[in-house]
Design a protein around this ligand. Structure first.
Ligand SMILES: [Zn+2]
Length: 395
């Protein structure tokens, strides 16, 4: 989409750009603490008179933030974003990933599109939200550790669900080029360790080769993925309209003349259905164990396959049937289908009972890459949407 004169000159665009520069300067790679950016946000929203809650995690190194503007006794709307970003290797970047740089119509920096651009727009719009009387409340939510498996969002969702009057809809600002996304795949990441039985490789027929068994499991995982592709179930609103599963990391073996006794690999299952993913995973595990374990244990009784979930987050269902969505729909952007990447929408639904949709500035194609950027016009479009939302929240 091209920059329109209208959005390019949104009166709050300069404020959004300046907030974005501030947010990018916090290196919030998921491996590090996010307390500094949370404190930055806490001060900002407290100064606007918002009711601010900081939810620290068990380690004390991370925190979520919830800021409410407007009345607590009517259902409101969540605007939600994560504070963490994926790692950036400065060597592959044209400019410092944590020092925002404008080049033409683009703003470069780690997190510009995923997803501090959305947070910057929320901050630019918040002073206007805070003026006068809102008929319904905004809940601005900022989480930790989304990029490593939506670890922070469940505490936010549970906190909101426990309120006397919980919010009725969540808008997740993941980069959707400001289109309305009404579905997102869920994911289970699983670590598998094959425990075999090793020794000098010249005696290999007497061993249980962990690397070989791991590859047979991986072949079964690949077969399962092809079956999803051919047999479904299908939801053609997704660009990849079925579940997928694949191995992503593998390590095993110690020397050229040793039968490996251990092999570890990681695979993922992305599901289109909120309910089916855990059952699908259990079925896959049962198939693998039935096919391979008897053979492994016939040679080495202690041989085993260990399954350890790394993380999982639920799929985001379709919120278009809920009451708040129907009321809001006239001011929402055009529908852009469903997405295969993760977001916290499913967490808000499962842990908070809050129907969720995704609308956010920037393109997912620029996320998780060197030279991540956001087009200024995307920020302008987001601010224009917030103007409409502001008016609607006062009706
Ligand atoms: Zn994101």
């Amino acid at each position: 989409m091209h920059a329109s004169a209208q959005t390019q000159h949104h009166p709050r665009l300069d404020a959004a750009v300046s907030h974005l520069a501030d947010l990018i300067a916090f290196d919030t790679t998921s491996a590090y603490s996010n307390l500094a950016i949370i404190e930055h946000l806490r001060r900002f929203f407290a100064a606007l008179g918002a009711d601010v809650t900081v939810l620290p995690d068990a380690s004390g190194e991370k925190a979520n933030l919830i800021a409410r503007l407007g009345p607590a006794d009517v259902p409101g709307i969540v605007l939600s974003g994560h504070t963490d970003v994926v790692p950036a290797n400065p060597k592959s970047w044209t400019s410092d990933p944590f020092h925002m740089q404008q080049r033409g119509s683009r703003l470069f920096g780690r997190g510009t599109c995923d997803m501090k651009g959305f947070a910057a727009c929320v901050m630019a719009a918040a002073p206007a939200f805070a003026e006068g009387n809102l008929s319904r409340p905004f809940y601005f939510c900022f989480s930790h550790d989304e990029e490593v498996g939506c670890l922070g969002a469940p505490a936010i969702a549970k906190h909101l669900a426990a309120l006397d009057v919980p919010p009725a809809l969540a808008i997740i600002g993941e980069p959707s080029e400001m289109q309305l996304i009404n579905g997102q795949k869920g994911k289970i990441a699983m670590e598998v360790t094959v425990h075999g039985d090793g020794g000098h490789s010249s005696f290999s027929p007497q061993h249980v080769n962990a690397v070989e068994y791991a590859s047979r499991i991986i072949a079964m995982i690949g077969e399962r993925s092809r079956r999803y592709q051919h047999e479904g179930p299908f939801d053609t609103d997704f660009s990849v309209p079925h579940a997928t599963t694949l191995a992503t990391i593998i390590e095993g073996g110690v020397a050229t003349n040793v039968t490996p006794d251990a092999c570890r690999f990681i695979f993922e299952l992305r599901s289109i259905d909120q309910d089916a993913s855990q059952a699908d995973m259990q079925a896959l595990i049962a198939d693998v164990e039935a096919a391979l374990l008897p053979e492994m244990q016939a040679l080495a009784p202690n041989a085993s396959i260990e399954w350890q979930e790394v993380f999982s987050y639920p799929a985001m269902g379709d919120a278009t049937g809920c009451e708040m969505f129907k009321q809001l729909e006239p001011i929402l952007p055009a529908r852009g289908g469903k997405v295969s990447y993760g977001s916290e929408g499913g967490v808000f639904e499962i842990d908070g009972g809050i129907p969720s949709i995704i609308i956010g500035p920037g393109s997912i194609r620029q996320a998780h890459k060197p030279d991540e950027f956001i087009e200024m016009d995307q920020l302008g479009q987001c601010l224009a949407f917030f103007d409409e939302l502001d008016t609607w929240m006062r009706r």
